[in-house]
Design a protein around this ligand. Structure first.
Ligand code: ATP
Ligand code: MG
Length: 682
């Protein structure tokens, strides 16, 4: 595997000097400053009468053009400035930002930092083998990226082509993404845990001629034969001409005429690579969603708007400051890895951690050992991992020094109250703000989060709370009417476009229009439900597909799960609506709960059911009590760790032929267990 070479013979001086603006340098050197909107976001100094976060948010939605114009000019380095800030029409699904502008994303993420601080650490690769981390400076990452860019060019990859990257989270994967950006190719990162069929489908959809992979993956102490998976996949992918194979382990793998050893080929290349001048709206990457609600969608993100939005949200939601170490543990195969492991932190000149392992390897203290060792300041993880770690007890956290932590982030699913409190109290010792960040592959970056906020503004547990700059959430009722009052729930939509939003679904623009723009004309429809509190804060109540209607009450499954998870015996739960036809009374929905118990818990089912029912009636209402409780060893989840309730619904409806697309299912055995458990119950 490519390791940093301290004796690089050529010092890289890229040709992109002119774009680095003085104010960008000012931002980099600014350090921690007191709160007022100009200090917070230097370019806002020009917005007359704007003072404080809330006023700046109001300004960003009421004067979107001027807000994004200033921010884009100051935050990004342009080869050619843009002519128009935006040309968007949500009623048509048309989204275009910064047209006429030309830039290169890799230059924004690398070269401009190499000019100012070449020896700053860009990446800390937290390898699966605990305690063997490797650091890469901006200079080294640029060098790697340039060699890779030259290699791809020499092998015929052109502007507009799409390269599939099937690699674990590692420096060469990041350099591969940036190399694509450098030469103007799009990337299509596929999570390196997917089967050969799922990989093949994504290669075919992207029509990739080039795949980059590793000989073997190493995760949680286990070896996975990634090259072998690629071999099987490309058999049904006639477009693939070449496969580059990096050596993660010493093991030699079978190579064909089509295969090249990546490191060997890179050594032949120069460390300077001319960056392509890309239009703002050229494609940067395509990426598939998690597939929680159906067949994954290959969403397309473009250059300038995406990068700007990832950078801005990274800096302000997490309170990232120069010199901080940012630890996002998401795999680069998901949008969280794209925006907050790679593009956001690197565009900000930050130091970002590449986490290759699992939260429980070699033991459940892995995250916190890493926090202590790498002095991580912002830690960003998922509720599913937090719930898993709670099961093992506090001692695994307390063993390690977490004094470096300043912010704790959560993403992927609603974070239940118990998990939020544990994260806050045990991990953060009550002194780190917990930011529950709501967003999607489609949104490109965080849209709703507790931060930034006015100083000392409250954070309500389990609430995503405040829209980010430029974001205007609205709620719709079941008839499609705008809900204007507070203390209300509805379908979460966005009333304004923002630069980070996806532009289309690859090869299926019609599905893009139908899914996001047609349900509520003039708005972007998220597919999620939300509650807006009396104070105007947002809480995500789950997917609208998961809303159930019991005894005439519409209730999000997340709300019931939140209560079930507070029971001391319960590790996690999943609730679905079970349709029931009663003669003469029509269709009824009843609450069906799948419950996973904590390790070592021994409880009679009748007692558990009594406890859960009394908790739900007390905290929500009697009608929300589960009619059925099925104990399960584990829940079916996507590979990104989200509960697949649609699969549970089909099992309970005994519609096993209708389970749908299971390509992103983590462990098929979990579904089999659920089916068997259900058969025993019924
Ligand atoms: P698919 O769209 O294929 O069904 P997916 O929606 O799970 O898959 P992602 O884009 O990875 O794919 O996930 C986005 C979804 O994750 C959101 O729409 C939301 O339902 C959920 N989500 C993300 N963050 C949060 C959060 N902080 N609170 C609640 N839900 C969240
Ligand atoms: Mg989705």
């Amino acid at each position: 595997m490519w390791l940093p070479c301290r004796c690089a013979t050529k010092y890289v001086v890229a040709s992109f000097r002119r774009g680095v603006s003085a104010s960008f340098l000012h931002v980099l050197r600014r350090g921690r400053s007191s709160w007022n909107s100009a200090a917070f976001m230097p370019e806002s100094a020009g917005f007359e009468g704007v003072s404080g976060r809330d006023a700046l948010h109001d300004y960003s939605v009421s004067h979107g053009e001027s807000f994004w114009d200033a921010v884009a000019r100051q935050r990004l380095s342009w080869i050619r400035p843009f002519d128009a800030v935006q040309d968007c029409d949500l009623s048509q699904g048309r989204i275009k930002w910064f047209e006429g502008g030309k830039l290169n994303v890799s230059v924004n993420c690398l070269d401009r930092h190499v000019h100012t601080c070449p020896e700053r650490v860009a990446l800390i690769w937290e390898r699966d083998e605990q305690g063997s981390e490797v650091r890469y400076t901006y200079r080294e990452l640029l060098e790697m990226t340039c060699r890779l860019g030259n290699l791809l060019r020499r092998h015929g990859v052109k502007k507009g082509d799409c390269v599939t990257i099937y690699m674990p989270t590692c420096p060469l994967a990041v350099a591969s993404m940036l190399a694509c950006a450098r030469i103007g190719a799009a990337h299509n990162v596929v999570f390196a845990g997917f089967s050969s069929e799922a990989l093949a489908e994504r290669i075919r959809d992207a029509q990739s001629s080039t795949v980059i992979t590793v000989n073997q993956g190493v995760r949680g102490g286990k070896i996975t034969e990634l090259k072998r998976t690629v071999d099987a996949a490309v058999q049904s992918c006639p477009t693939v001409r070449q496969v580059f194979v990096a050596m993660r382990t010493e093991k030699r793998v079978e190579m064909t005429d089509r295969d090249f050893t990546l490191e060997e080929e890179m050594l032949k290349e120069d460390v300077v690579c001319e960056p392509a001048a890309m239009d703002s709206e050229d494609v940067l990457f395509l990426l598939y969603t998690s597939g929680s609600t159906g067949k994954p969608k290959g969403l397309v993100h473009t250059q300038a708007g995406y990068l700007l939005y990832a950078a801005l949200t990274h800096r302000y939601v997490f309170g990232y400051h120069d010199g901080d170490v940012f630890g996002c543990v998401a795999d680069i195969g998901w949008i969280t890895g794209h925006s907050y492991t790679v593009y956001g932190p690197l565009a900000n000149g930050g130091t970002t951690v590449l986490f290759e392992s699992t939260p429980v390897y070699p033991d459940p203290g892995r995250y916190w050992d890493m926090v202590e060792r790498l002095r991580i300041n912002q830690f960003y993880g998922a509720p599913t991992a937090i719930r898993l770690l709670i099961k093992y007890g506090d001692q695994w956290v307390k063993k390690y020094d977490r004094s470096s932590l300043t912010t704790l982030g959560s993403v992927g699913e609603p974070i239940n109250t118990e998990a939020w409190e544990w994260y806050n109290r045990v991990v953060g010792e009550g002194r780190c703000p917990v930011v529950d960040t709501w967003w999607q592959t489609e949104t490109g970056g965080i849209c709703i989060a507790p931060k930034p906020s006015e100083p000392d503004a409250e954070i309500v547990p389990g609430m995503a709370m405040r829209p980010f700059f430029g974001i205007k959430p609205v709620l719709m009722d079941t008839e499609g009417k705008l809900l204007t009052s507070n203390n209300t729930s509805g379908a979460l939509c966005m009333a304004l476009p923002w630069p980070g939003m996806a532009r289309t679904i690859h090869n299926n623009h019609q599905r893009f229009l139908e899914t996001y723009f047609q349900p509520y004309p003039g708005y972007f429809f998220t597919g999620d439900g939300a509650y807006r509190s009396q104070e105007g804060y947002y809480q995500i109540t789950g997917r609208l597909d998961d809303v159930i209607n019991v005894s005439g009450h519409r209730i999000g499954t997340a709300e019931i799960e939140d209560v079930l998870n507070q029971c001391s015996a319960v590790a996690e739960s999943a609730v679905i609506g079970y349709s029931h036809n009663i003669k003469g009374q029509g269709k009824y929905q009843r609450v069906y709960a799948f419950v996973v118990l904590k390790k070592g818990v021994d409880i009679q089912e009748a007692d558990l059911s009594k406890q859960l029912n009394s908790m739900v009636s007390e905290k929500i209402a009697k009608y929300a009590c589960p009619d059925f409780i099925q104990l399960a060893k584990r829940l079916p989840k996507t590979r990104s760790g989200k509960i697949m309730r649609r699969v549970l619904r089909k099992v309970v409806d005994c519609d096993l032929d209708g389970l749908g697309d299971l390509s992103t299912l983590d462990d098929p055995a979990a579904v089999q267990e659920i089916i068997e458990g259900h058969e025993k119950l019924s």
